[in-house]
Design a protein around this ligand. Structure first.
Ligand code: CA
Length: 674
């Protein structure tokens, strides 16, 4: 999410805000120590049994609510918000600010709420932050064991093996967009279960759904928020509703609107797992987009209801701070918030077999928390892949040097960040519609693209003073850099190019579109594709579609046939990347040793890779021309063969030497056989 993202958009504004934030923080620390002290006095609970736990002796519920005078458990027959409880029970005070109760066998399958009494006031009824099953709209917890809600064959589910992190190719997808188009050929439109449908096609017999994902060769599907969020009313699913889902409600529960029955807590759990299994069976890993940086609202949700004032950051005047740009921000530096995040993430890995996480507005979190998360997750899944947006959407009370910002990625060696450098370098600034990028003949952005090509690592051939959004390398290793040109935020690449180049022909747009993806997919680091970009996805020029109707957001599978050449180009580029370790060098020192930029015209970026032993090619020549005229570019010594010309694969039989003409808005990839 970057609706109001400031990073990389305006240096001066950013510098000003960060400087001001530091100032405010220093003043706060000097003048108002009490606000910090009160939270520090809360006893921290270290056990791992918060929420409902199921053991041999039955179920127990436990909640951390250190300020509470009492905590009331209500049990209901159903999840209707107006129904009355058939049982009420005070939880017993336990250690370290916790409260607990036994849940009798007869209550399994019923719904519950918790309400803390603080300062004489009974606070809102909530399922608690550790709820793992809920009813409609996530208002009440559902008393059931998630481990028993499994689809067929779940016990055999296994994540596809991952060789190296640099092998990853990410595809960012919204669950509803995937299948909701009337001609998607999928039966379970808008649902988790659509992922389980094989052999689906458009009326024109073009493969859709999971078959399409397999065909593209992506290794990781990154799902937009799939935890329970607020904005879609799960009681009215017969009406069309859409939201990206960046408004978290229950972090440990799948979103109900993507299930076939949001009322039964077991259904969404089982169907989510069925989706994961179907992707795993197709050889694809699953990444969740996690939004621990804020909640969809504050009042009435579990954090604030049970421990008011604890889980969020506040300004000096007591108002909620807003680094998320969505009205509040969580406080990852608070031990119980940090613990919550770690336990929640571990739960998704262990219960749902999730293979990676993308942290929304990661810089709202502190670096120590992100490193603790990485360490904990890596201890249970060594191949877990963690990345995030290294920026905030607005100012934060968290000191700048503690924020998990892109420029501090080197302080989080196991975590990757999105490169807005190459993104904006390729297509122009997101914030000005008429802004163009390297693929649109702006040679000034050449250095920013080169910076992306080396995966934001240190490289002697990069002039950092001329990189758009960074003035120094920020990745220690290439796997810490996510290279991309578009994502769910802002215009799709097709729309951006169309708007910024009003005079361009359809063929020009197509060439620029393919060139941008050719650069992303051959760059060092981890390439990332916005779903549908391979068929030039359009949102009809809409910029921020977070709650726009399906007609704007859905994947229009008919475009796959209309733009078959772009689909083929993206698919071939992914295949090329997978076949050639030269494009996915595993270490920064390898890039420094093997990748050299070559002299060229200013509209051209040309480089040479001395390929590693494992590559069937011994040397690789790559040249991208963002200009409007073909450019003769010198080849390194010897005889070469072309693997790619203009915007497509070519037969490798033609031998070339001396120099090569790099087509306008196009690329040449050439090689020497080993
Ligand atoms: Ca929901």
């Amino acid at each position: 999410m970057m609706i109001k993202e400031i990073s990389a958009r305006n240096y001066f504004l950013r510098a000003f805000i960060l400087t001001s934030a530091l100032g405010v923080l220093l003043i706060t620390a000097c003048t108002n120590p009490e606000a910090v002290d009160e939270k520090d006095k809360f006893p921290q609970y270290e056990g791992t049994d918060l929420g409902l736990t199921f053991g041999e002796e039955g179920a127990r519920i436990k909640v951390w609510s250190p300020q509470a005078e009492s905590v009331l458990l209500k049990v209901f027959e159903d999840d209707h918000p107006d129904s009355q409880p058939f049982r009420e029970k005070e939880l017993a005070k336990s250690d370290r600010g916790t409260w607990e109760a036994e849940i009798g066998e007869e209550l399994i399958g019923k719904y519950y709420s918790l309400s803390a009494k603080i300062d004489g006031t009974q606070r809102p009824e909530v399922p608690g932050p550790y709820a793992k099953a809920v009813g409609t709209n996530g208002l009440r917890g559902h008393i059931l064991n998630p481990a028993e809600a499994v689809p067929e064959g779940w016990e055999d589910d296994a994540s596809p093996p991952l060789g190296e992190f640099s092998d990853i190719v990410i595809y960012e997808l919204h669950i509803r967009d995937f299948s909701i188009h009337p001609e998607s050929g999928m039966e379970h439109k808008g649902k988790y279960l659509a992922f389980t449908e094989k052999g689906t096609t458009t009326p024109g017999d073009i493969a859709t759904g999971i078959d399409h994902l397999r065909e593209m060769g992506v290794t990781h599907v990154h799902l937009l928020p799939a935890f329970d969020y607020l904005s879609v009313d799960e009681s009215r699913l017969d009406e069309p509703q859409f939201n990206w889902g960046y408004d978290p409600q229950n972090f440990n529960v799948p979103e109900g609107s993507y299930s076939t029955n949001p009322s039964d807590g077991a259904v969404r759990i089982r169907e989510f797992k069925a989706m994961v299994k179907a992707l795993h069976d197709a050889g694809i890993c699953v990444v969740m987009d996690v939004v621990y940086n804020h909640t969809g609202k504050v009042e009435g949700l579990s954090f604030d209801a049970l421990v008011p004032g604890y889980y969020y950051r506040y300004r000096e005047d007591g108002s909620l701070s807003n680094a998320s740009g969505c009205g509040n921000e969580t406080a990852s530096e608070q031990p119980m918030m940090r613990k919550f995040m770690i336990e929640s993430l571990k739960y998704w890995v262990e219960e749902y077999h999730i293979d990676g996480f993308r942290f929304d507005l990661m810089a709202v979190h502190d670096i120590a928390t992100m490193n603790a998360i990485e360490k904990e997750l890596r201890s249970i899944r060594p191949d877990i892949f963690i990345y995030g947006e290294g920026w905030t959407a607005d100012d934060s009370p968290l000191p700048e040097n503690k924020r998990a910002l892109k420029k501090y990625t080197y302080r989080m060696p196991g975590i990757a960040a999105f490169s807005d450098d190459i993104r904006d370098g390729l297509k122009g600034s997101w914030s000005r519609e008429d802004s163009r990028g390297f693929v649109g003949n702006v040679s000034l952005l050449r250095e920013s693209v080169k910076f992306g090509i080396v995966g934001a690592t240190e490289h002697e051939w990069i002039d950092y003073d001329r990189v758009n959004n960074s003035n120094a390398p920020w990745a220690l290793e290439p796997q810490q850099c996510i290279g991309y040109v578009s994502c769910h935020d802002n215009h799709t690449l097709f729309d951006k190019l169309t708007i910024a180049h009003p005079d361009a022909s359809e063929d020009d747009i197509r060439k620029m579109h393919i060139l941008a993806h050719a650069i992303v997919l051959t760059s060092q680091g981890i390439p990332f594709l916005h779903a549908g970009a391979e068929f030039m996805r359009t949102k009809g020029g809409e910029e921020n579609s977070y709650k726009s109707p399906d007609t704007v957001n859905r994947l229009d599978w008919s475009r796959k046939a209309q733009h078959a050449d772009v689909v083929t180009a993206c698919r071939d580029l992914i295949a090329l990347r997978k076949a050639h370790p030269a494009f996915r060098l595993g270490a920064a020192h390898e890039i420094r040793a093997r990748l050299k930029f070559l002299p060229s015209d200013t509209t051209v970026i040309a480089y040479h890779i001395d390929a590693p032993e494992s590559d069937p090619w011994s040397e690789v020549f790559v040249a991208f021309n963002g200009g409007h005229a073909d450019k003769e570019t010198k080849l390194p010594e010897g005889a070469w063969r072309k693997a790619w010309r203009g915007s497509g694969s070519v037969d490798d039989s033609e031998e070339i030497s001396g120099s090569v003409s790099v087509p306008e808005k196009g690329a040449i990839i050439a090689f020497k056989k080993r």
